[in-house]
Structures are given as structure tokens and as C-alpha cells.
Write a protein that binds this ligand. Structure first.
Ligand code: 9MR
Length: 349
């Protein structure tokens, strides 16, 4: 064979081999596709994608199946709150939180602890009497440390203080603030840190997605606490949004300023409610907002993850609290994914 033709045959053979011999990558592409979950997609960005859940729902098997599969992080909606965990003074009951932690562990999901200090859902023994400052300090310290110790190594983060500020950025006048003064926040963080030096400690609130008086109050406090060496690691932005109030367009800037303080952020209780009945247009806007807030978190390095406040309209808190509103979550009441679900996937892809 003339040299030229030989070369040609050689080149053709090489090309054929290249086309037909499946490379490692080619093989992977031909494997039947395991559908990627929100958690899988988020993990590729080093983030988690989680859902809240609540004990009464855990008898619903189809619900549990999606909960166990689609998410890599769980927050107990109620089971770790004070009324549930210390129903009588000094008598602790962690059964509800434990049930959720056990379920999460079985699915390799991490757990956010929610919440240690909050003015709402307190036990009667605490709200029905007056406390002196030394008495309440003792009660608060014991509650925090007993609970944090119980969940040491089982939760990766705690909402230590929840909803400490008013809309105008002044301190909310809770029993803790009124009795102990604003220093109760630093104390709570220190006590939690003492009980579990590894767990990430957050302050968490709603209506702090935008830059404004309430998020400014957190920014100022966070800066102070950091300067004083108080163990604060993150700010949780609940993100209970509503179509009628508009999208918080300064969300990304807001996340970024906390990032610059060296703090983690997380979107901790996301839902986007609307007046019901839902229609195609409202669901499309909702989907866009879910995508936008997902992208905002991905754009800011220390935004560590997103948690929706349960995943299905079947178990959303919204209809019971806001008359005429609902349809706030990415799955509908029949556990069918809504446009928001696909929009989140796309934003994560
Ligand atoms: O999801 C919780 C719902 O089941 C309770 O009835 C409600 C009581 O206030 O609390 C809900 O969760 C709240 C969370 O703990 C803190 N941020 C606001 C959430 C919605 O109210």
C-alpha cells in the first residue's frame, strides 16, 4: 500500500476507535439516568436543600418518601421548641425532636436545630408568672444547655435566638428582653457554645431578606457581637414571602454584607404565599421568585443552604395563619411538583 494510503487508513482506524470505544465519560452518559434530586443539585454547589417537617405528618408514607429522597437537610417545625422540650420546669422531653433526628439520620440528612430562645410557643409555666433577672437567667441557661447538649453531634446548626427584633429595628419586648435586657442574646450564644463548641450558632428572623431597618439591626448587632468575640456564626433569613408584597430585590446585597462580616447565611423557612385560588400566572411568578432566591444564595459564598418551610401545600402553616392565602410551597396538596419545583431545579442546574 502506498505510504499515503497507509497513513489514511491508520488515521481512519484511529478515528473509528475514538468514535466506537466508549470513554469513561461516554459510559457514564449511557448509564440509565438516576433522576437528580434538589439535594443532589444543591450539593454540586456545596449547598444543602432542605425542608421543615413536623411530627404529626410522619404517618403519611407518600409524604415521607419524598421528604427522605429529595432533601439533604431537615428542620423540625415545632418539635425542638421550648413548649415541646421542657413542658414542665426542669423536666425535659426530647421525643419529638429525636423522632425527626432519627428519620433524618436514616436518610443521611443533616438537621438544623430550631429554636432555643423565642417569645412564642413557650410553656405555660414560663409565661404564667413573673421572674426576677437572676431566676430567668438560670432558667434560660439551663434550657439552652440541656437541649444543646442533648443534640450535640446531631444538629449542625442552631437557631439560638429567633425573632428578636421589631420591624423598625428596635428590640422586641419579650419576657427575655424585658427581664434581662439586650445582653440575653450574647449570653444565649455563649451558653450554647459552651454546651456544643462545634455547632453553628444563628440568629434567625423574618422580614430581613431586604436591606432595611430590621436587617440593619441584625447587621449592627452581628458586627458588635463579632467584635466582642461572642460565638455567632450565621444569620438565618426565614424568607416567608408573599406575592402581594413584591420580591426582596436587595436579598443578594444583603446576604453579601453578612458574608463580609465573616458570617454564614441561610434561607431558613422559605415559602411564597399568594391569595388563593392559585392560577397559572401567580404560580409562574412564584416559580420565578423561588428561582431568584435560589440564585441569590448560590451567588454569595457563605450562603450555605436553603430550607423550605415544609415542601408541600398539604402541610403548610399559611392557610391557618393568613386568611385566604396559601399555595406557598413547591409541591401542591396532592404532592405533585408545581412550576416552582422545576424552576428551583433549573436555578440549581
Ligand atoms: O410551622 C410552625 C407552625 O406549625 C406553628 O403552628 C407556628 C406557631 O407560631 O410556628 C411555625 O413555625 C414558625 C417558626 O417556628 C418561626 N418562624 C415563623 C414560622 C411560621 O409561623
Amino acid at each position: 500500500m502506498p505510504k499515503n494510503r497507509l497513513r489514511l487508513v491508520g488515521a481512519l482506524t484511529a478515528a473509528l476507535v475514538a468514535v466506537t470505544a466508549p470513554s469513561a465519560q461516554g459510559l457514564a452518559e449511557h448509564r440509565p439516568h438516576k433522576p437528580q434530586t434538589l439535594a443532589d443539585l444543591a450539593q454540586r454547589h456545596g449547598r444543602y436543600f432542605g425542608s421543615a417537617t413536623d411530627n404529626p405528618e410522619l404517618v403519611d408514607e407518600p409524604y415521607k418518601k419524598i421528604l427522605g429522597k429529595e432533601f439533604d437537610q431537615i428542620t423540625p417545625g415545632n418539635g425542638m421548641k421550648w413548649y415541646a422540650t421542657e413542658p414542665e420546669q426542669g423536666v425535659f422531653d426530647f421525643s419529638q425532636g429525636d423522632e425527626i433526628v432519627d428519620l433524618a439520620r436514616a436518610h443521611h440528612q443533616k438537621v438544623r436545630g430550631h429554636t432555643l430562645v423565642w417569645h412564642s410557643q413557650l410553656p405555660d409555666w414560663l409565661t404564667s408568672r413573673e421572674w426576677t433577672a437572676p431566676e430567668l437567667r438560670k432558667v434560660l441557661k439551663k434550657h439552652i444547655q440541656t437541649e444543646v447538649r442533648h443534640y450535640r453531634g446531631k444538629v449542625f446548626a442552631w437557631d439560638v435566638v429567633n425573632e428578636a427584633f421589631n420591624e423598625d429595628g428596635t428590640y422586641r419586648e419579650t419576657v427575655f428582653y424585658n427581664t434581662l435586657g439586650p445582653g440575653y442574646i450574647a449570653d444565649a450564644l455563649r451558653w450554647a457554645h459552651e454546651a456544643d463548641p462545634r455547632v453553628k450558632l444563628y440568629l434567625n428572623d423574618y422580614n430581613i431578606e431586604s436591606v432595611g431597618p430590621k436587617s440593619d439591626a441584625y447587621y449592627k448587632l452581628a458586627k458588635q457581637l463579632r467584635a466582642q468575640g461572642v460565638p455567632l456564626h450565621g444569620i438565618g433569613l426565614q424568607a416567608h414571602l408573599a406575592l402581594q408584597y413584591g420580591y426582596p430585590t436587595t436579598l443578594e446585597d444583603n446576604l453579601r454584607r453578612f458574608d463580609r462580616l465573616g458570617l454564614d447565611t441561610a434561607l431558613t423557612e422559605v415559602d411564597i404565599r399568594m391569595y388563593v385560588p392559585a392560577d397559572e400566572e401567580k404560580l409562574a411568578t412564584q416559580a420565578q421568585w423561588y428561582a431568584d432566591l435560589t440564585k441569590a444564595c448560590l451567588a454569595v459564598r457563605r450562603c450555605v443552604g436553603i430550607t423550605i418551610w415544609d415542601y408541600t401545600d398539604k402541610y403548610s402553616w399559611i392557610p391557618a395563619f393568613f386568611d385566604g392565602e396559601g399555595a406557598a410551597l413547591p409541591w401542591d396538596e396532592e404532592l405533585r411538583p408545581k412550576p416552582a419545583y422545576y424552576a428551583i431545579r433549573k436555578a440549581l442546574s
